[in-house]
Design a protein around this ligand. Structure first.
Ligand SMILES: Cc1cc2nc3c(=O)[nH]c(=O)nc-3n(C[C@H](O)[C@H](O)[C@H](O)COP(=O)(O)OP(=O)(O)OC[C@H]3O[C@@H](n4cnc5c(N)ncnc54)[C@H](O)[C@@H]3O)c2cc1C
Length: 267
């Protein structure tokens, strides 16, 4: 479809007014623009979030509120979000990270969406605006079901993980600028080496980021030893629905999942 209008509203309320009338929300456009250029766009109007005042990041009292239109490079560079820096640096290239936004990363198909995997492990909350007003929803719901027509994400809110509880590992074909074969992100607490609580999110192994609930169950009250972690990775296969793509086959993804889950914790 040909694009007939591009709106660049200057507030979230103005975005909401445009989206209520239809139109396609655009963050950084790294996914949207190639579709527009190839004629595969599904709508005829674009609504850019670039000037809508949704790009701020505030970190205060152990909580981060990250505007949906914040580019990934702002997350990477923010001094209060240092735990996410290594993860951000596994995403695409610096040029793409300057354009691609936090909100957009929630809506890209796997094997992309590595920040989305982190946000799922962190149990982030999405702030959403739309024709019906404002609402909040767990990122798990947004990743599983998207948002309603006319709605858009305005920010994500994250409780910062306690020191020593954050784990991230992304297996790629190349060390940089490559999509995920398996991405693992986790907030895991231990006491005397034994797991007291854990949330594990996986990317690259299902059409959307998923929680590895079987692995989480297996790890509770057990040590974070390589053997237990391998068992947990094998259990996690039942939480996944791997796919074939240009980076890896479904078979390969399932086969290497336990190795990469273990590496997320043991390095
Ligand atoms: C070459 C290349 C390599 C990449 N490699 C990686 C990688 O390794 N890891 C990774 O995680 N990602 C990767 N990406 C994907 C990149 O991170 C995403 O393209 C980006 O995060 C999407 O953000 P955007 O703002 O550009 O989205 P857009 O293209 O603007 O939008 C994408 C979708 O999200 C919707 N959307 C955008 N913002 C919102 C919002 N606030 N509320 C509701 N809907 C919204 C749009 O309507 C659209 O459907 C890569 C992309 C490219 C082009």
């Amino acid at each position: 479809m040909m694009i007939q209008a591009v709106h660049v509203p200057e507030s979230a309320a103005a975005v909401a007014a445009h989206s209520a009338r239809g139109g396609w929300i655009m963050g950084g456009g790294t996914v949207v623009m190639p579709l527009v250029n190839s004629g595969a766009a599904t709508g005829s109007e674009l609504i850019s979030l670039r000037r809508a005042g949704l790009a701020g990041i505030e970190v205060r009292d152990g909580v981060a509120r990250i505007g949906a239109a914040a580019p990934l490079s702002s997350v990477e560079e923010h001094p209060g979000l240092g735990f996410l820096r290594p993860a951000m640096r596994t995403i695409a290239s610096p040029t793409i990270r300057n354009l691609a936004t936090v909100g957009g990363n929630l809506f890209v198909a796997q094997p992309y969406g590595d920040l989305a995997v982190c946000l799922l492990a962190l149990d982030a909350l999405c702030e959403i605006a739309g024709p019906g007003g404002r609402r909040d929803a767990p990122v798990a719901d947004v990743l599983a079901s998207g948002v309603a027509g006319g709605e858009f994400v305005t920010a994500v809110v994250v409780t910062l993980p306690e020191p020593g509880t954050w784990y991230y590992h992304k297996a790629m074909r190349r060390r940089l600028n490559s999509a995920s074969i398996v991405t693992v992100a986790s907030v895991t607490r231990t006491e005397d080496g034994v797991v007291t609580s854990t949330r594990i999110a996986l990317g690259g192994v299902a059409p959307r980021p998923v929680r590895a609930v079987s692995a989480e169950r297996l790890l509770r009250d057990r040590p974070l030893s390589p053997e237990v972690l391998t068992e947990a990775g094998e259990a996690a296969r039942s939480d996944t629905a791997p796919f074939d793509d240009a980076y890896a086959s479904a078979w390969y993804r399932a086969r290497v999942l336990p190795v990469h889950l273990r590496r997320a914790f043991t390095g």
